[in-house]
Design a binder for this molecule. Structure first.
Ligand code: GCO
Ligand code: MG
Length: 402
């Protein structure tokens, strides 16, 4: 079998997605997600100009070799653009291998290690009282874990808080919108939210919170300590993770578990955090961390150090990524949790898929391959619209992480 064609499809059914579809001479096809939110066309160009020409004529069965060929062959290793492009190829090749074998991809990864994939949903609301009904809605639907974000009194708008729309889209304008940030207001407010949530929902619902890289290590230590009475499953991205040593300080002060990794692209980005046991959950995902092949390598390293998976699954990762993630989640021994923000009906229409929510779990389904495809004709009806993530400034105008 040979690869005869690879198409890069950019579409915007509500938000932008980049998809690679690999076609073989025997008619078997595979899909991979290549979406990098706010920087989509950089990956599309990388694929079209530099990767696709090198794929034509290759044997699609040689997944590991193709990965190494694209990684080592680029010379300019790592980085989100390169690794998202490699991820798309890798994912599409796993899809093809599954279809050729007549097996869902999780079977090729060693088979089922659990009955279903435990997911967490996003409860966002402007204030504490209104977030309670958001959480209730998830509990009623059978979710066992919920991420909780609220507006901060004194701040006009905060990244990660939707103001009541179920399908939150923060990449809202061609030029980034600007938010104002105050760490003091934030640290004062967040513990009171979780106190109220625990009072309402009791001690066993898994609760999570995303800090979006906004704190310094000592501030994160204070946050973690102030949340200890509410036994969170994790706080996510407490500090920017370019400085892994910074996590030692957080660890010395708090037992609140830590999740990191949605912006990581390779095993090298997480190596120190994992091997020094500075984190509890690693949030790398298929599309941004080099595909199924490399993600599994990261999770295997993590398993040695009691670190569990907690893959990123926001709506800027397409249903192709979600399907691939679920096959990995079902198979690995050290699965922790999977993020699941539901896509809109528009997006689901463009990406028909067999994964589904039942009994409080997501299931990848039993179709050969990944069980997801792209309807190219429908995709063609949604042209790309430039959309950037927002930026954050302190009150005096200083740029700050959002
Ligand atoms: C999350 C994330 C997202 C990201 C988004 C950026 O935990 O779900 O932080 O909301 O901000 O994926 O593109
Ligand atoms: Mg996050």
């Amino acid at each position: 079998m040979r690869i005869t064609q690879a198409r890069v499809i950019v579409t915007c059914p509500g938000r932008n997605f980049v998809t690679l579809k690999i076609v073989t001479d025997e008619g078997v096809t595979g899909v991979g997600d290549a979406t990098l939110n706010g920087r989509e066309l950089a990956v599309a160009a990388y694929l079209t100009e530099h990767v696709v020409p090198a794929l034509i004529g290759r044997d699609p069965a040689r997944i590991e070799d193709t990965w190494q060929y694209l990684y080592k062959g680029a010379y300019w290793r790592r980085g989100p653009v390169t690794m998202s492009a490699i991820a798309a190829v890798d994912t599409a090749l796993w899809d093809i291998k599954g279809k050729v074998a007549g097996l869902p991809v999780y079977q090729l990864l060693g088979g089922r290690s659990r009955e279903g994939v435990t997911v967490y949903g996003h409860a966002n609301a402007p204030d504490t009282e209104s977030v309670l009904s958001e959480i209730s809605a998830y509990v009623d639907r059978g979710y066992r874990a919920v991420r909780v974000q609220t507006g901060i009194p004194g701040l006009e708008s905060t990244y990660g808080v939707s103001g009541g729309t179920a399908f939150y889209e923060p990449a809202d304008a061609a030029v980034p919108t600007e938010n104002v940030w105050s760490t003091a207001h934030y640290l004062e407010h967040v513990p009171s939210v979780f106190a109220r949530v625990r009072e309402e929902f009791g001690p066993t619902l898994k609760l999570l919170h995303d800090v979006h890289h906004r704190l310094t290590p000592i501030e994160a230590a204070r946050l973690g300590r102030s949340l200890e009475p509410y036994a969170l499953t994790w706080i996510e991205d407490p500090v920017p993770a370019e400085l892994p040593e910074g996590f030692r300080l957080i660890r010395q002060h708090t037992t609140t578990p830590i999740a990191v990794g949605e912006v990581f692209n390779t095993i090298w980005d997480c190596q120190q955090l994992i091997t020094e046991q500075l984190i509890d959950y690693i949030r790398t995902t298929v599309v941004h961390a080099g595909g199924i092949t490399h993600l599994r390598r990261i999770f295997d390293l993590a398993a040695l150090y009691h670190v569990r998976s907690g893959s990123h699954g926001a709506t800027d990762l397409s249903p192709v990524c979600m399907a691939a993630a679920l096959h990995v989640d079902l198979a690995i021994p050290n699965f922790g949790l999977q993020e699941y923000m539901r896509h809109t009906d528009e997006t689901d229409g463009v990406f028909p898929h067999s994964y589904h929510f039942a009994d409080g779990y997501l299931h990848p389904g039993e179709e050969p391959g990944l069980g997801v495809d792209i309807d190219e004709e429908l995709a063609g009806r949604y042209p790309y619209r430039p959309a950037s993530l927002p930026v954050n400034r302190l009150r005096d105008g200083t740029m700050h992480s959002w």
